[in-house]
Write a new protein. Structure first.
Length: 260
């Protein structure tokens, strides 16, 4: 049985309220000598409970974790910022541009967000739960802008997280900066999973998602510094939790294929 804790919390470093979701694997309490890898997810309100989710649909994370063939890991996730464009700001380390919203002024706050999540927040998780705290056992995953900040974490916080997944990534917000980030990397990244649907309609049109994801895919392939890399364009994939829910089990099995 998957155990889920839902805890309201004020985040002083980010100056906002949030809900922290913690999901413990089915064997967490039966195997008390074991420590577990940790997956940090963004937009935690969309992972577990329909009542909390943005549009009434979830990723069904607890169902995926409970599958008999799924490796055991801990999931930790913080609900996103709700005011104005704060979510877009927290999920990008670079200045962002939204072609369909040219008047939006997005001030990047991704460094502050990742400094907190992979700093004091992660430290508290590691002190409270039986985690494997090293970067080689630390994972991060998100969709849309959550995919953007996850990719940035892999390149800028490699001493804290070594494996990331991004679904339906909104790479069109900062394509030049993201491409330069990849080209200038000097370290090896363990695992990257990226995908995009061919029917994405989020803050931009389908072509923005496809073109920008293909550009980042090419940059990663040309750089060649990722040990385990996977990229896919999902036929019929849309920008919605229902679509991410369908492919979540396969994404998790790819990420955690070295675990039982």
């Amino acid at each position: 049985m998957i155990t889920i804790h839902r805890t309201p919390l004020y985040l002083p470093e980010l100056k906002r309220d949030a809900i922290v979701y913690m999901a413990l694997p089915k064997d967490y309490f039966s195997n008390t000598n074991r420590r577990f890898p940790v997956l940090y997810c963004h937009d935690g309100h969309n992972l577990f409970y329909e009542a909390d989710s943005y549009g009434g649909a979830t990723w069904g994370m607890q169902d995926a974790m409970a599958l008999p063939t799924m490796p055991s890991f801990i999931v930790v996730s913080i609900s996103c910022a709700q005011k104005g464009n704060q979510r877009l700001e927290e999920f990008n380390m670079f200045p962002g541009r939204f072609p369909s919203h040219p008047l939006w002024k997005i001030e990047p706050r991704g460094k502050q967000y990742l400094d907190y999540v992979l700093g004091p927040f992660k430290n508290e998780i590691d002190q409270t739960y039986r985690t494997l705290p090293e970067a080689k056992h630390t994972f991060m995953m998100g969709s849309s802008m959550g995919g953007v900040i996850s990719l940035q974490a892999a390149y800028h916080y490699a001493d804290r997280v070594q494996h990331i997944a991004g679904l339906s990534n909104a790479f069109y917000v900062s394509p030049n900066d993201l491409e330069s980030m990849i080209q200038n990397a000097t370290h090896t990244i363990q695992t990257i999973y990226l995908d995009t649907g061919d029917q994405e309609e989020g803050l931009e049109v389908t072509s923005s998602y496809l073109d920008s994801n293909r550009r980042i895919h090419r940059a990663i392939m040309e750089k060649g510094n990722v040990k385990r890399y996977y990229y896919e364009e999902i036929p019929g994939g849309i920008h919605h939790e229902s679509s991410w829910r369908k492919r979540l089990p396969s994404v998790l099995k790819f990420l955690f294929q070295d675990y039982q």
